[in-house]
Design a protein around this ligand. Structure first.
Ligand SMILES: Cc1ncc(COP(=O)(O)O)c(C=O)c1O
Length: 447
């Protein structure tokens, strides 16, 4: 499997990978042990079955979509489904306000819009994230400042945030990567101390918890994504959560062309905004999927805990650490580090290939975002040069250095959330596959 396979492609190809890898395998033996040869060397696959496919489509989804279709009210300004979904999500998350949006990116963009982030402002973001976190900053011509990664948790290194704060810092945007909350005690403390709002990118973390509160509800606001790969999905879609009434109203207006209501006779004068509304089809689908969501959250959590207990027995495999006792991950991803020293110096690329051959879809996760040409070219961007000047942009480039993240990007391995919806036996077979690969790593290196 491609080491740098995009997370979305990786998840959508997952169930196919499980099947297609079976083709050409001479023998499929259930209950393979660590004694048998790795599949890449002609042995039986450790995981012969497929993992659950995604998304789940059953009668509730079909009924919900038909109902929305037949209602002839397809937009939120005419129908009820989006508003009902917002109410349901509000209740589930404990947030005072929930606003449905067309995507997670739209949710973050709306937060930026409501906060009036623009040229000259700086936004602190983690470097280990999906490019959308970065895009919503540069789309507003604000300056993104990367903060390095804590290699043990895969989260933003909260101890490095303070030194990145300047008088221009207008937002701190932690990302709960993989669905596990970043260190919110430290981040919220810094926000309070410096009067900087915290916008949680909780796109991967619906229903994750920090000290019993849901991720996305602890900062000023939090963005959730319902894109196809996500734990709760409507193909595309997103939401913003907040407990701040005034902010909620600004976000509503921003996503609705700056208008509070669709009534043309309303005396309210519009403000700056755009159209980022969720449709009634998406709202209906989400309402249907939400019924099984809490049970799926527990299922992923239990399997992830079991997998971690199995991985703790394997030298060289280090599961991403959770902030013990205060956090509950949504497990959008199961992430771990692969230390090749414990695998006879076998490259991660061979490890990923061997694991995929065992019937275990996997990916090497994110590349080094701060080193992407698209990102480094910002220093030469004509608008940025006009707004910030050459000196600032050159300094920005020089400070764009995240050594911990560089190391993580070379060691990370990801599994998708759908694998955690499998059985305990699936988890055991994943661990067996890795044990087997480890035992034969000398041979695999040569193959
Ligand atoms: C961390 C992070 N932020 C933002 C987004 C953007 O969400 P969407 O794809 O719904 O626009 C995603 C989704 O992939 C994400 O993983």
């Amino acid at each position: 499997m491609n080491e740098k396979l995009d997370r979305r492609d990786f998840i959508s190809n997952m169930s196919i990978a499980g099947v297609s890898l079976a083709i050409g395998m001479p023998q499929i033996t259930f209950g393979t042990t660590t004694d048998s040869k790795p599949a890449l060397l002609g042995g039986p696959r450790a995981h012969p079955a497929s993992f659950p496919s995604w998304p789940i489509v059953e009668r509730p989804e079909e009924n919900a979509l038909l109902e929305a279709l037949r209602s002839k009210k397809w937009g939120r300004l005419n129908g009820r489904a989006v508003a009902d979904f917002e109410d349901a999500y509000k209740n589930m998350s404990g947030a005072k306000h929930c606003l449905g949006l067309s995507s997670g990116t739209s949710a973050l963009f709306t937060a930026m819009g409501a906060l009036d982030i623009g040229p000259g402002d700086e936004v602190l973001i983690p470097v280990y994230t999906f490019v959308a976190t970065y895009n919503v900053v540069v789309l507003n011509y604000a300056l993104p400042r990367f903060v390095d990664t804590d290699i043990e948790s895969f989260q933003i290194d909260a101890n490095q945030i303070e030194k990145a704060i300047t008088p221009q810092t207008k937002v701190i945007m932690p990302v709960h990567i993989g669905g596990s909350p970043a260190d919110l005690d430290t981040i919220l403390g810094l926000g309070n101390k410096n009067h900087i709002p915290i916008v949680e990118d909780a796109c991967q973390a619906p229903m994750a918890e920090w000290r019993g509160k849901k991720a996305g509800t602890l900062g000023l606001t939090g963005a959730i994504s319902f894109q196809s790969s996500k734990n709760l999905t409507s193909g595309e879609g997103g939401a913003l959560l907040t407990n701040d009434e005034e902010f909620a109203e600004s976000c509503y207006n921003f996503h609705n062309q700056g208008r509070h209501t669709s009534d043309p006779n309303d005396p309210y004068s519009p403000t700056r905004g755009t159209n980022l509304r969720l449709t009634e089809f998406q709202g209906s689908l989400l309402l249907a999927q939400m019924k099984r969501f809490p049970q799926q959250v527990e299922h992923r959590w239990e399997n992830a805990a079991y997998l971690t207990s199995l991985f703790n027995e394997i030298p060289g495999i280090y599961p991403a650490k959770l902030y013990e006792g205060v956090t509950k991950s949504a497990y959008h991803l199961y992430m771990f580090r692969y230390d090749k020293k414990e695998f006879q110096d076998m490259d991660r690329s061979v490890f990923l290939k061997a694991l995929a051959a065992e019937g275990i879809p996997c990916s090497g996760g994110y590349g080094m975002l701060n080193k992407e040409k698209y990102v480094t070219d910002l220093a030469k961007n004509k608008h940025y040069l006009k707004i910030y000047g050459e000196k600032t942009m050159n300094e920005w480039l020089e400070q764009n250095y995240c050594p911990q993240n560089d190391q993580l990007c070379e060691e990370a391995v990801w599994f998708s959330q759908t694998m955690l919806l499998g059985t305990r036996q699936d988890m055991e077979q994943i661990a067996q596959a890795i044990q087997k690969i480890r035992k034969y790593s000398g041979d695999l290196k040569k193959a």
